[in-house]
Design a protein around this ligand. Structure first.
Ligand SMILES: [Fe+2]
Length: 266
């Protein structure tokens, strides 16, 4: 779930070994324990290319809150950031840290980290042939897409509560609702900004195609209410045709807490 697919031209990835969740047998390295990999020049250039592309696409589309978080993190445009550095900045901002994960995590393991304010993050980057889409977790999705929102205090608390609620969830039907809420907020959320709806969901931001598509009239924009999101199925292989708009991150968190308490998850 930490790396939900963006939009492939064809449904590939389901049998990609990189997409098989890891069940942890030992704790992940956290913060300063995360070593910087020996990236190749080509891998660094993939980051540079993706970063430059989003610099052009995000103004006028990404939420002010996302852009503020991105600026606060000062991610290098031409070098893959070190997880240890990003972790230090998040810790200062909202007392979150980063753990280095080898890939997609088993859902229970993933949520147990979120519940402790630790974001499991990959440190490998997609191949040049996967610039527009990768079914597997990669550090452009995880670092560039996810960490800026964790700088926001209300989003940071909401994200921890998602993890706590998931760990308390035993009913498969409620779990499906929670998965949909995660999908339509963390990955595909929109927020009302002074200039109109803007993107804060990372499944959109880490896909240039979906970033351009999401604010068009082709997408139905529905007010955020957890019950509505929990009842809305989604399709991971195509652009979303319905997205949900929050009024504020206070509303996102407070309404989620209400929903989770109604289901005895918090
Ligand atoms: Fe993700």
């Amino acid at each position: 779930m930490q790396n939900t697919p963006a939009q492939p031209a064809t449904p590939t990835g389901a049998d990609d070994p990189r997409c098989i969740p890891h069940k942890l047998t030992a704790p992940l390295p956290v913060g300063a324990e995360c070593k910087y990999p020996a990236y190749t020049a080509d891998e660094q250039d993939v980051w540079r290319t993706l970063h430059a592309r989003m610099e052009t696409l995000l103004p006028g589309r990404a939420a002010d809150e996302f852009l503020i978080g991105l600026a606060a993190l000062k991610l290098e445009p031409d070098r893959i950031p070190a997880l240890a550095d990003v972790s230090r900045k998040l810790q200062k901002a909202t007392n979150w840290q980063i753990a280095r994960t080898p890939g997609l995590l088993d859902a229970h393991d993933f949520f147990s980290y979120l519940a402790r304010r630790i974001f499991p993050c990959t440190d490998h980057i997609r191949a040049r042939s996967e610039l527009d889409y990768t079914p597997a977790p990669d550090c452009f999705h995880d670092i560039y897409g996810h960490t800026p929102m964790i700088v926001h205090p209300r989003f940071a608390d909401f994200y921890q509560k998602i993890g706590q609620a998931a760990l308390n969830c035993k009913d498969p039907a409620v779990e499906e609702g929670l998965t949909r809420i995660y999908w339509f907020t963390v990955e595909f959320g929109l927020i009302k900004n002074p200039g109109g709806p803007r993107i804060y969901g990372n499944g959109i931001i880490s896909s240039s195609g979906e970033t351009q598509h999401s604010l068009t009239d082709k997408v139905k924009k529905v007010p955020y209410r957890p019950e509505t999101l929990a009842a809305q199925p989604y399709d991971i292989w195509h652009f979303q045709d319905t997205l949900f708009v929050i009024e504020s991150f206070d509303q996102l968190e407070q309404e989620f807490i209400r929903w989770a308490r109604d289901h005895k998850l918090l």
